[in-house]
Design a protein around this ligand. Structure first.
Ligand code: PMP
Length: 466
């Protein structure tokens, strides 16, 4: 957890925030005694009491331990119920355990889980992905991190170039290539939260530019040592950052000009529609990577590419007809269970109608949040994109990762998140992103708006009393 950043638009004094936070921590402890006890036991056998680091990073005194999550409702082991707008940070974007997926996987689990042989469901997912994303050929991995890693490997082999260019403060999984960011003196360094792996030279494998800065992008690509640009079409991991008009067209042109592949990571921006941001805005990437939500939350990811690239892969790797020509592994990848879940999710859950509902929900939520900012003249901004929106502690929308990160305020953010959780609503930890699933009702959305209203009205009242 990082606590040193503080937004100049905090609203309340540090002392007041500490006081409010103490009240919320006490309430959280009162509501979750079983979770506290479980956490204390868990620390004896799990590093920091959790099975993976992010699970301990919600800002609460101890994690919420989940008993059940169905649709957009989550119940913890203390019996508290939550309306969920985090949705496993996108993994459960269409709701937890969609009934249609649950049915198919419970059948498949008795018909073979993993055989290292394809099932015919794989053809359906290939067809479906091709239809949505306009790229004809697809491969399956287990996670989005892995899909990105495999694509980087392919791009390096096809270009003979070592580096990957990513956007400052982006996140594409735990990849050494994309974890560095631009430090205060313009040099690449590791962000404090990823302060591991000092043995890897920060500039050996990476180039990093600010999102929306085309001059900087061209300058870096002109070195002609980047195998690919790996970018989200909208930044979603440092607070949301929208592209300037014309940005993606120029990004495409520059990648072509300098012989660098363009990889669009749709892992989060699949929430922009049936064929992600790529289809909604007519992008023309060489590769697309996508994970998290495409199998209803069951681990699986995909990467797609053009037929020209498919031909080059077979020529360049020189092992046509061999099962592993690219040196990308993953024994469990494309297992029958995950593929069945993905087929069912794509064909019956992630439908055009589902996206329509998600967009309408986002609009309702965003309008409600905008009204609160106006009503109390709060100098924060709201960014909207597809089924997501994000409150940022700055008066204008950020144009790049540095601007977004410079207005982070972990204490304030965690305070608001715990406030919401204590009153039965969860949003994404690490920043103020809210994702609206198709199963959210107007009442669910209004409940979140009302809680933000009460939370912010109190902060404003406290600021006036300062
Ligand atoms: N790409 C993006 C855009 C992401 O946000 C993430 C994770 N937040 C990943 C890739 C990696 O996904 P995973 O951790 O599921 O491998």
């Amino acid at each position: 957890m990082i606590t040193d950043k503080k937004s100049p638009y905090r609203l309340v004094s540090d002392e007041k925030l500490v006081e409010l936070r103490a009240r919320e921590d006490a309430l959280f402890l009162k509501r979750t005694p079983k979770a506290e006890e479980t956490f204390n036991n868990a620390k004896k056998m799990l590093l920091n009491g959790v099975p993976m680091p992010w699970m301990g990073d919600w800002g609460t005194t101890h994690p919420i331990f989940v008993r059940e999550a169905v649709g957009n409702r989550l119940t913890d082991i203390d019996g508290n119920q939550y309306i969920d707008f985090c949705l496993g940070d996108t993994g459960a974007m269409f709701g937890h355990s969609p009934e249609a997926v649950a049915e198919v996987v419970s059948k498949q689990v008795r018909l073979g889980i993993t055989t290292m042989m394809p099932t015919t469901d794989a053809l359906d997912i290939g067809t479906e992905l091709g239809k949505r994303f306009s790229l004809p050929l697809w491969q399956v991995a287990m996670t989005a991190t892995e899909a990105n890693r495999y694509v980087i490997r392919i791009c390096r082999t096809l270009t003979g170039r070592p580096k990957v260019l990513s956007m400052n403060e982006s996140y594409h999984g735990s990849l050494d290539e994309t974890l560095p960011h631009i430090g205060p003196e313009g040099k690449l360094e590791l962000r404090s939260e990823y302060d591991m792996n000092p043995a890897v030279a920060k500039d050996a494998l990476s180039r990093v530019v600010e999102f929306n800065d085309l001059e900087q992008l061209e300058r870096e690509l002109a070195h002609k040592d980047c195998a690919c640009v790996l970018a989200e079409p909208v930044m979603t991991n440092c607070g949301m950052v929208l592209p300037d008009p014309g940005y993606h067209e120029r990004l495409r042109e520059l990648c072509t000009k300098y012989g660098t592949y363009l990889v669009i990571d749709e892992t989060h921006t699949f929430s922009n529609g049936y064929g992600g941001y790529t289809r909604a805005y007519g992008l023309k990437p060489d590769f697309i990577t996508l994970g998290k939500s495409i199998a209803g939350g069951i681990p699986v990811a995909v990467y797609g590419f053009t037929s020209e690239i498919a031909t080059l892969i077979n020529q360049s790797f020189g092992h046509q007809g061999v099962s592993d020509p690219m040196g990308v592994g993953g024994t469990l990848s494309a297992n029958a269970f995950a593929i069945a879940a993905m087929r069912q999710t794509l064909t019956t859950v992630a439908t055009e109608e589902a996206f329509e509902k998600m967009f309408a929900g986002q609009e309702r939520l965003s309008n409600g949040l905008d009204d609160i900012l106006k009503k109390y003249s709060i100098p924060w901004s709201l960014t909207r994109s597809g089924a997501r929106c994000e409150l940022q502690f700055m008066p204008t929308q950020p144009r790049n990762g540095s601007e977004a990160k410079n207005h982070f305020d972990w204490e304030l953010m965690y305070y608001t998140h715990i406030y919401l959780a204590n009153r039965g609503v969860l949003i994404t930890p690490f920043h103020n992103m809210m994702l609206v699933p198709p199963v959210a009702t107007d009442e669910d959305i209004d409940c979140l708006i009302q809680l933000w209203h009460d939370c912010l009205a109190e902060l404003v009242e406290c600021s006036e009393g300062n």
